[in-house]
Design a protein around this ligand. Sequence first.
Ligand code: PGA
Ligand code: ZN
Length: 424
Amino acid sequence: MQKISSVNAIQVFDSRGIPTISCKITLEDGISASAMVPSGASTGSKEAVELRDNEITYHGKSVIKAVNNINNILSSLVIGKNPNNQKEIDESLILFDDTKDKSNVGANAILAISLAVAHVAAKANNISLYEHFSRVYKDITGENVNHSMPLPMFNILNGGEHADNNIDIQEFMIIPSGAKDFVEVMQWATEIYHNLKKILLINNHSTAVGDEGGFAPSLESNDEALKLIVDAIKETELVPGKDVNIALDCAASEFFDGKEYILTGESKKLSSSAFTDYLDDLTKKYPIVSIEDGMDENDIEGWKLLTEKLGSTCQLVGDDLFVTNKKILKDGINKEMANSILIKFNQVGSITETIETIHFANQNNFKSIISHRSGETEDTTIADLAVGLGIGQIKTGAPCRSDRVAKYNRLLWIEEESSNILLK
Ligand code: PGA
Ligand code: ZN
């Protein structure tokens, strides 16, 4: 295998117009590939540190320090290495940073290199990125995985930190569970999305979209949002609860005041126990099969309560709760919180650690869901990660806006080119 001969990073921009990093890695024979780093808005407090410059320019958000760290410091650790050795490369970067949260050189700097290494290795091996990810998983864990197409959760109605409306729950998603293949998944999702738009228009609601491409109308309640979605599913002549299910991401840390869950949109203040009952009621009324961050990341008693009450019937996903961190996940499993984990590369800051967390989840019968961030780019790495590791579920926004649709379009090509890879 040709060795890495150069590493170059520049500042580029994400879907919100905020600076992020693009990193390009070139091998001795001239083969090169690049990757970009995403960024969250409703971030967990224990996420790895996204290094930003905090200068007057770019409202403090530029990433020139992290870019310089790549070009002037980290590149020397990577040049001369075999790009197939993902773990060795990631570990050398982590060791150099020498902090728990990657705050020294920046998790965004480490991740940019980590992602670009995977891309260039796949290219040099002349295989698809998803096939390469299966190999990396085997290298890191010693175990084989089967490829499969993931079933998406499409975020078609946005609230919380991702929109300027009055809805408290951050994401209302549809899951085309009954679709036979990915082509049908996309047909159903886009038809429902456009029917929802029609229904919103008829009811004089705004059809402007939020950060992840879902509509962001001001509505009376979370209940009304769910009702409109069920209407859109029926309008598409699909059966709610059979063909199409619903998932929520409450991102509850964003409306927890340390004691109560404050639903401003519907003037409610609920204790952990009352909010559990509130969510339980919604699952009885609507075909909700998955709830993410149903409690605040530090509300351990609330999480236990929610898991006890809903854990056997509903997928309960820890996002801000686990921040893709194996140690935090282990602690959460011991405390019987949640039953699945959202996976975001940049919460932990390298491919190797992401894969180690997924492996740990697999060993503990926790489901994983591969996820984008609300600030995204045209980078589609997560689509290949989902297929290559046979994860089964992906969450990457509405079927609208190219930063979201790029991932779905990549999955359509994977299905087209590999007819033996089926929906899980
Ligand atoms: P974020 O939102 O990228 O703003 O954190 C996505 C999510 O909460 O799942
Ligand atoms: Zn979330």
